[in-house]
Design a protein around this ligand. Structure first.
Ligand SMILES: [Zn+2]
Length: 495
C-alpha cells in the first residue's frame, strides 16, 4: 500500500483505561480503539498497531505501563513490533498518554525523533513539532488543567458508546424496569403501556398523573409523580427500546435507530404516536392544555332547549352539579339561574343523560369506523429518505476519498448541513405519519369495548369530535320518567 501511495500515514493508537474504584467498564478500551479507528478512517490514515494499557493509572509513580513503554521504544526505532513504519500516533485524549511531566517529556522526545509525524487526539490533529507545544503539554500536566472537563468528556463519550451498543446508560432505575434496567417491573410496565394507549386515544397527561398517584406509584427516585415526571416517562424512547441523545435518536451506520438490550414496553409505532400527540398538545410550553379536568361528561356540550316567551330558544350551556343527597343519582345538569344568564327551566338527571348520549355516540362511531376502515397508506417518502441518506454518505465518502471526484473540507462542510436538514425533515415527516397510522389502527378496534375503559377526558374528546352539542328540552324532572327523546343531538357534518 505504501508503494502505491507514498503519502499514506501508518499510525499507531494508544488506549488506556484506569481503574478508579468504580465498576470496571470492560468496553472502555474497545470504545477508545473504535473511536480512534473511525477518526483514522476519516483522516485517511492506516492503523498499523494498537497499544493498550489496562487498569493502570498514569499518575501513580509506581505503575509501569508496559505498552506505553513499548510505544516510546517503537517511536524511537520508528517501527512497530511487527515491523510497520510509524508515521503518527493517535490517542483519545492526551491525558491518556501522560499524567506526569516526565512521561510527557519522554513521549515528546520519542515522537519528534523522526520528522513529519502526525498526532491526533480529541483536540484534533496537532503539530507536536510546533514551538511551545512542549510547554503547553508541561503546563497541562503541571496544573492538571481541564482535568475535570476531560473526565466529563470521557463520561459523555462513554455514554454515547454505551448507547451505540444498545446498553443502558441510566444512572437510576428507570420507572417500569427492575434494578438491572433490563427486565420489566410488571405492574409499572403495565401502567405505562396502558397510559401510552390511553394518551394516544385522547387521555390527558394530567389524568394519567392522577391515576398513577391514586394507584400509589412513585418515581424510581421515590418521589410522587407530577405532570412533568409522567410526561418524561411517556415520551422517553426507552419505552420502545430506542435511545435519544440531545433530542435525537441514536442511530447505527445504516441510520436505523439502535435498539437497546432492555425489554421494551411499547412498539416504536406507539412511541412515535405518543410523542407526536404530547408535542402537538403541549405547544412547546410543557403545560397541560387548559389545565382543567372536567368533572362531568357533558358540561359545555349540553345546551338548554327551552323555548322562551319571546319565541327564541334559551340555548345556554348547561352546568353540571352535584345532585342532592337523597336522590339515587350523583349528578345532574341544569340551565343556570336567571341571575347568571340562564332560564333555569331545564334539569336532567346526570346518569341517564350521560348514558343516553354515550350510546348515541358509540353507535355513531361504530357506523363511521365501518364506513372508513381503510388503511392509511404507507409512507410514500421512504425512497426519498433513503436517497437523502445515500447522498449524505456519498458526500462523506467523497470527502475521505483521494480520487479525482474528492471534495475539500470547505465543500464538505458547506454541503453537509443541507443534507442533514433534509434528512431531519424527512424523519419528522415519517414520525408524523407513523403517528397517524397508529391512530387509525387504534380507531379500528372494537369501539364499544374500548369505550368502557375510556377516561372522562377521552370520552369528552370523542363526543366533541362527533357532536356539536346536545340540546336538552325541558321535562322529565321529579317523578316523571326520564325521556331520552328530549335530548336532541346536533351532529357535526362530515369534515
Ligand atoms: Zn335555559
Amino acid at each position: 500500500m505504501l508503494a502505491a501511495d507514498p503519502t499514506l500515514k501508518c499510525v499507531v493508537c494508544y488506549a488506556r483505561i484506569s481503574f478508579d474504584g468504580r465498576v470496571k467498564d470492560a468496553h472502555g478500551i474497545e470504545d477508545q480503539h473504535r473511536g480512534m479507528t473511525d477518526n483514522a478512517r476519516k483522516l485517511g490514515w492506516l492503523v498499523v498497531y494498537r497499544y493498550t494499557d489496562n487498569d493502570k493509572s498514569a499518575s501513580k509513580e509506581s505503575v509501569v505501563r508496559d505498552d506505553f513503554e513499548q510505544l516510546l521504544n517503537d517511536l524511537a526505532t520508528a517501527t512497530t513490533p511487527e515491523g510497520y513504519p510509524i508515521h503518527g500516533v493517535m490517542a483519545v485524549n492526551d491525558d491518556r498518554l501522560y499524567r506526569r511531566p516526565s512521561d510527557w517529556e519522554r513521549y515528546l522526545k520519542a515522537f519528534t525523533s523522526q520528522e513529519g509525524r502526525v498526532y491526533h487526539d480529541s483536540n484534533g490533529v496537532q503539530d507536536l513539532y510546533a514551538e511551545g507545544f512542549e510547554i503547553k503539554g508541561l503546563v497541562g500536566v503541571a496544573m492538571s488543567l481541564s482535568e475535570t472537563r476531560k473526565k466529563q468528556r470521557r463520561t459523555r463519550n462513554s455514554h454515547r458508546n454505551r448507547a451505540l451498543r444498545g446498553q443502558s446508560v441510566a444512572a437510576w432505575r428507570p420507572f417500569g424496569w427492575e434494578d438491572d434496567k433490563i427486565t420489566l417491573r410488571p405492574e409499572e410496565a403495565k401502567a405505562i403501556r396502558e397510559a401510552v394507549e390511553d394518551v394516544i386515544a385522547g387521555a390527558s397527561v394530567s389524568e394519567i398523573t392522577r391515576r398513577w398517584k391514586e394507584a400509589g406509584f412513585i418515581t424510581s427516585r421515590g418521589n410522587p409523580f407530577q405532570y412533568q415526571t409522567v410526561k418524561q416517562v411517556l415520551v422517553n424512547p426507552r419505552l420502545c427500546g430506542y435511545r435519544e441523545i440531545k433530542g435525537e435518536l441514536v442511530r447505527d451506520g445504516d441510520d436505523q435507530p439502535i435498539v437497546g438490550e432492555w425489554d421494551a414496553i411499547v412498539t416504536p409505532k406507539q412511541w412515535f404516536a405518543i410523542t407526536a400527540k404530547i408535542r402537538e398538545r403541549g405547544h412547546g410550553t410543557g403545560m397541560p392544555r387548559g389545565g382543567l379536568v372536567h368533572k362531568y361528561l357533558l358540561t359545555g356540550i349540553l345546551r338548554c332547549g327551552n323555548v322562551l316567551e319571546d319565541g327564541t330558544t334559551c340555548n345556554n350551556k348547561m352546568i353540571g352539579i352535584k345532585a342532592n343527597d337523597w336522590l339515587k343519582y350523583r349528578h345532574a345538569y341544569m340551565c343556570k339561574k336567571t341571575v347568571d344568564g340562564g332560564c333555569n327551566k331545564t334539569y336532567k338527571r346526570g346518569d341517564k343523560t350521560d348514558d343516553a348520549i354515550e350510546r348515541l355516540v358509540v353507535a355513531k362511531l361504530e357506523k363511521e369506523a365501518a364506513s372508513k376502515a381503510k388503511d392509511v397508506p404507507d409512507w410514500d417518502k421512504a425512497d426519498t429518505l433513503e436517497r437523502a441518506i445515500k447522498s449524505r454518505n456519498e458526500l462523506e465518502r467523497r470527502w475521505h476519498d483521494d480520487e479525482d471526484t474528492a471534495i475539500d473540507d470547505e465543500a464538505f462542510f458547506r454541503n453537509l448541513p443541507v443534507f442533514e436538514r433534509r434528512i431531519k425533515e424527512l424523519r419528522a415527516d415519517q414520525a408524523k405519519h407513523e403517528a397517524l397510522k397508529a391512530e387509525a389502527e387504534a380507531a379500528q378496534e372494537d369501539i364499544a369495548k374500548s369505550w368502557g375503559s375510556k377516561t372522562l377526558t377521552q370520552k369528552r374528546e370523542a363526543i366533541k369530535k362527533v357532536l356539536n352539542a346536545v340540546v336538552a328540552l325541558p321535562g322529565g324532572k321529579g317523578n316523571k320518567v326520564f325521556d331520552p327523546e328530549l335530548l336532541k343531538p346536533v351532529w357535526r357534518t362530515s369534515e
